[in-house]
Design a protein around this ligand. Structure first.
Ligand code: AP5
Length: 198
């Protein structure tokens, strides 16, 4: 069973790659951002609470996202393995995930950091906004340049510390996220193949 973390700043390509790996390896993408946006769309109490936090570029509380992941992992479609996309995002979330996986007897297979150049992210975000508009869909409340800058700052301050956390456990692998989507996918596939063989 593969349990993989995709790590990287906003726009690094976590969602893009998670979807590709999901189809190819029968894994389930668990995106805390998508789950929170589903709560917002449903107009739930949690969604109402999360919306203003997300629109500001800040992080939703550890307790909320940890509880969401714990209950989602119980569902049958996660039994072959999962790709964590956008989770964990703080050292507290990483520690909680370690405990959760240990209790379930599901070890982490790999933590993959998508390394990207921050300036390219602004360009990618503007592409995503244009593509979303072209499809006639609503643009994400946090997809604008000002909030992206805030999200990048939050990544540096609150999420980047999980990189040495996993590195010290010898779990961390890095992939060049600036390469073309297909090239990144092929690099991730290699890591997954060796994790499967291990
Ligand atoms: P979340 O939804 O997780 O957003 P994010 O991490 O900011 O990441 P994005 O979805 O913007 O980017 P991505 O890395 O998935 O890139 P993508 O593949 O889309 O979180 C949103 C908010 O929710 C947070 O700010 C927070 O408030 C809250 N939240 C979520 N999880 C939380 C948690 N655990 N704890 C607390 N709060 C949480 O790609 C971007 C664009 O680039 C696309 O257009 C794509 O086509 C393009 N692209 C992708 N790869 C390439 C490539 N190799 N070359 C060229 N273009 C590419």
């Amino acid at each position: 069973m593969i349990n993989l973390i995709l790590l990287g700043p906003p726009g690094a390509g976590k969602g893009t790659q998670a979807k590709r790996l999901e189809d190819k390896y029968g894994l389930k993408q668990l995106s805390t951002g998508d789950m929170l946006r589903a709560e917002i769309a449903a107009g739930s109490e949690l969604g109402l609470k999360a919306k203003s936090i997300m629109d500001s570029g800040a992080l939703v509380s550890d307790e909320i996202v940890i509880a969401m992941i714990a209950s989602r992992m119980e569902q049958a479609d996660c039994k072959n393995g999962v790709i964590f996309d956008g989770f964990p995002r703080t050292v507290a979330q990483a520690e909680a995930l370690d405990k959760m996986l240990e209790a379930k007897g599901r070890p982490l297979s790999a933590v993959i950091e998508l390394k990207v150049d921050e300036e390219a992210l602004v360009k990618r975000l503007n592409n995503r906004i244009a593509e979303t508009k072209a499809r006639g869909e609503p643009v994400r409340g946090d997809d604008n340049e000002e909030t992206l800058r805030k999200r990048l700052q939050v990544f540096r301050e609150q999420t980047a510390p999980i990189i040495p956390y996993y590195d010290s456990k010898d779990m961390l692998q890095s992939v060049d996220g600036m390469a073309a989507i297909e090239v990144v996918e092929a690099e991730l596939a290699k890591i997954l193949q060796s994790a499967k063989a291990a």
